[in-house]
Design a binder for this molecule. Structure first.
Ligand code: HEM
Length: 200
């Protein structure tokens, strides 16, 4: 019975942990892009994102990670035999990468707070795709175990990497186009106002 409780809360922990990780780096995107705003909006936005990031990291992401790992230890103590399986060794390797990602995000948060982070919004967008790939691989390993279809998994990962790279590039192009349009509209408005003033 304990095994099922551990498994249920292991999965709940995973959901909370990933919700936190995904939203945290999305906030980093906004935080980095706030540098393009004029003052005082820039300082107000950065302070607000900083508060949101800290609360999210400490109240959601970190507890999600602790519950996932604690429940995983519970699962391993009730079913120690699973530690001998090949799929579990691979899963643990990917979980180790995920933990590095988690703490690296904590470090980036500190650098953003001190104004020492030079990452652009686009770089944070790319970083935010990493946990999606880890989630896919870890969940497939947990479900299929030693029977994981490596060919389909490989194609899935390749497809996701291509789709993510393309969407990041397309979005960057769209933002550039929108910015150019906005600047052109502002310039023509200023022009009209100037002409109006000269004619009166
Ligand atoms: C801290 C390292 C982790 C350990 C030691 C661990 C260990 C385990 C164990 C022993 C099970 C039960 C396996 C079974 O007999 O069915 C399990 C289930 C599961 N784990 Fe983990 N896990 C870890 C992290 C994660 C992470 C990070 C994720 C998600 C990204 C994850 C997703 C799952 C899922 C979805 C199941 C349910 C699989 C099923 O019932 O079919 N685990 N885990």
């Amino acid at each position: 019975m304990a095994y099922f409780w551990f498994k249920a809360f292991h999965i709940i922990g995973v959901v909370v942990w990933f919700a936190g990780l995904f939203y945290l780096v999305r906030l980093f995107v906004y935080h980095a892009e706030a540098s393009q705003e004029p003052e005082p909006a820039q300082t107000i936005l950065k302070n607000q994102y900083q508060i949101m990031e800290k609360r999210l990291y400490n109240i959601i992401t970190m507890p999600g990670m602790v519950v996932t790992v604690a429940m995983a230890i519970g699962l391993l103590t009730t079913e120690p035999g699973v530690l001998k399986s090949g799929w579990m060794h691979i899963k643990l390797a990917f979980v180790a990468v995920l933990l590095v990602y988690h703490f690296y995000c904590g470090r980036l948060m500190g650098q953003l707070e001190k104004g020492q982070c030079n990452w652009s919004g686009q770089q944070f967008r790319a970083l935010n795709e990493a946990p999606t790939l880890l989630l896919l691989v870890i969940v497939l390993l947990a479900v299929f175990k030693n029977n994981i279809p490596t060919d389909i998994t490989g194609w899935l990962i390749a497809g996701m990497v291509i789709a993510m790279t393309a969407s990041i590039h397309l979005y960057a192009k769209k933002r550039k186009r929108d910015k150019e349009k906005r600047l052109a509209a502002e310039a023509s408005k200023a022009d009209e106002e100037m002409t109006g003033q000269l004619s009166t």
